[in-house]
Ligand binder design. Structure first.
Ligand code: AMP
Length: 457
């Protein structure tokens, strides 16, 4: 799986690996499981990949072993495809056309069928990942150029991909025709950069050139950037959940400020689902912009009611004697002076399984809140994502099997309300209701496969 990932690539900069390291750092929110960089010098590719955060995986010593003026990088988080270093990207291989490396954000929906076919033809896979299919198809392609092979390979696969490829002498970037996952083209000191989000360009003091268009293929080499549209055209449907939760708020996504969109989601939520209350608080960090928008639109003061620890690692040692709601307590602590005796509106971006929301509501109640009104700045998440956001199966999504009233009871809130799908689309800047993929809320999947058809409507 290339699920929930960030990609970065740079061509024509003497500190390519170092800038990739910084770019990945700015994309860390897109995946915390593993990180990797492949750099190219004089046609030779060198790579380093490991489990962990970018700042822990890469040291000065490691980066100095990755010389060259071109590089690609990847941060990964995934549930399907196990949590193992063999699945860490970018993948690097030697094949009959030379050396190549690839990093993928997204998910191919026909990967299982493709893999079966390739294995029957004798292919030996090294990982569990859907991304590896691309490499096998590239190796089998009869096209004379590297980019021709990439196109040949991607035409055999369907679903979500924002990808970067590195060969001995060029960087290739591709975005699927639906444009599920973001990808932008930028520039830094004469070098070209591609990245999942603009925040990566900002950190390296690069400038945004433009969004890589859905269905576009970019070839970047010593001659510059060459653009083409070799894939079958489809109406673009960018992922609205990037705006709701996934992208960083300082990013400019699909031409809009994520922070401003999230504030508008909160304002729209206040219009649709008002409530008499004394204070509006956010579940940090993801609920903050929407809570600001809600408070402003509702005319209720915004305050800080929960503090998030930024030092929670992936593993922690639990005390032998049970502490209730231990996991959430490590991450969030209530600010009693904000909460005691108050009627509280608490804003979060989404409810997935409902377990966190329940713990948070209980935490607010134990800290003395008189009433807790939970408001969610997106519609009920009732359908799994097959296009690169990590969601559990339909059975595990609480909104798939429970109505809003039942969920309110489960999380023990005095009231619970969600943003409408129409309200979401309007606030995200979609007048027609056609330009985003909102399958996680609607069940209408824009790209089908056997796997998707088994679940969708
Ligand atoms: P839950 O306890 O499963 O309802 O978790 C809800 C929380 O998970 C919300 O605070 C969301 O911000 C967050 N969230 C939503 N989608 C995802 C995702 N795909 N991966 C990780 N966290 C998520």
């Amino acid at each position: 799986m290339g699920a929930m990932c960030g990609v970065f690539g740079i061509f024509g900069h003497e500190e390519a690996a170092h800038l990739t390291y910084l770019g990945l750092h700015a994309l860390q929110h897109r995946g915390q499981e593993s990180a990797g960089i492949v750099a190219s010098e004089a046609g030779v590719l060198k790579s380093y990949r490991a489990m962990g955060l970018v700042a822990d995986v890469f040291t000065e010593g490691v980066l100095s072993q990755l010389p060259g003026s071109a590089a690609i990088g990847h941060v990964r988080y995934s549930t399907a495809g196990s949590s193992h270093v063999k699945n860490a990207q970018p993948y690097q291989v030697s094949f009959n056309g030379g050396q190549l490396a690839v990093a993928h954000n997204g998910n191919f929906v026909n990967a299982d069928e493709a893999r079966r076919e390739l294995e029957e033809a004798g292919a030996i896979f090294q990982s569990d990942s859907d991304t590896e299919n691309v490499i096998h198809y590239i190796a089998r392609s009869r096209e004379p150029t590297f980019e021709g092979r990439v196109v040949d390979a991607l035409r055999r696969l369907d679903g979500a991909y924002s990808m970067v490829f590195l060969s001995a002498d060029r960087l290739v970037a591709a975005r699927d025709p639906v444009g599920f996952r973001p990808l932008v083209l930028g520039k830094v000191k004469g070098a070209f950069v591609v990245a999942s989000e603009t925040t990566a360009l900002d950190l390296i003091e690069g400038e945004l050139v433009r969004e890589v268009a859905p269905g576009e293929l970019l070839v970047i080499d010593a001659a510059g950037v060459h653009s083409s549209f070799p894939f079958e055209r489809r109406g673009p449907r960018r992922c609205v959940f990037e705006h709701v939760y996934f992208a960083r708020p300082d990013t400019k996504l699909f031409g809009e400020s994520v922070f401003q969109v999230r504030k508008r989601l909160g304002a729209q939520l206040a219009k649709e689902q008002p409530v008499s209350a004394d204070v509006v608080i956010a579940v940090p960090d993801s609920g903050v912009p929407a809570a600001l928008g809600y408070a402003e639109a509702a005319g209720i003061p915004y305050d800080v009611g929960l503090i998030r620890s930024h030092y929670v690692g992936r593993t922690f040692i639990e005390p032998q004697q049970a502490i209730r709601h231990f996991g959430v307590k490590l991450k969030l602590a209530p600010v009693r002076s904000t909460l005691r005796g108050r009627r509280v509106v608490v804003i979060d971006d989404s409810i997935v399984r409902g377990t966190t929301s329940r713990k948070i509501v209980k935490m607010l109640q134990s800290a003395g809140a008189k009433e807790v009104h939970l408001r969610i700045s997106s519609p009920p998440t009732a359908w799994p994502c097959f296009y690169g956001i990590d969601t559990p199966s339909r059975q595990e999504l609480i909104a798939a099997t429970h109505g809003v009233e039942e969920i309110a009871k489960y999380v023990t809130a005095d009231s619970l309300a969600y943003l409408s799908l129409d309200g979401l689309m309007r606030a995200a800047g979609d007048e027609t209701g056609e330009s985003f993929c909102a399958a996680c809320f609607s069940g209408h999947y824009p790209v089908q496969s056997a796997q998707v058809l088994a679940v969708g409507r």
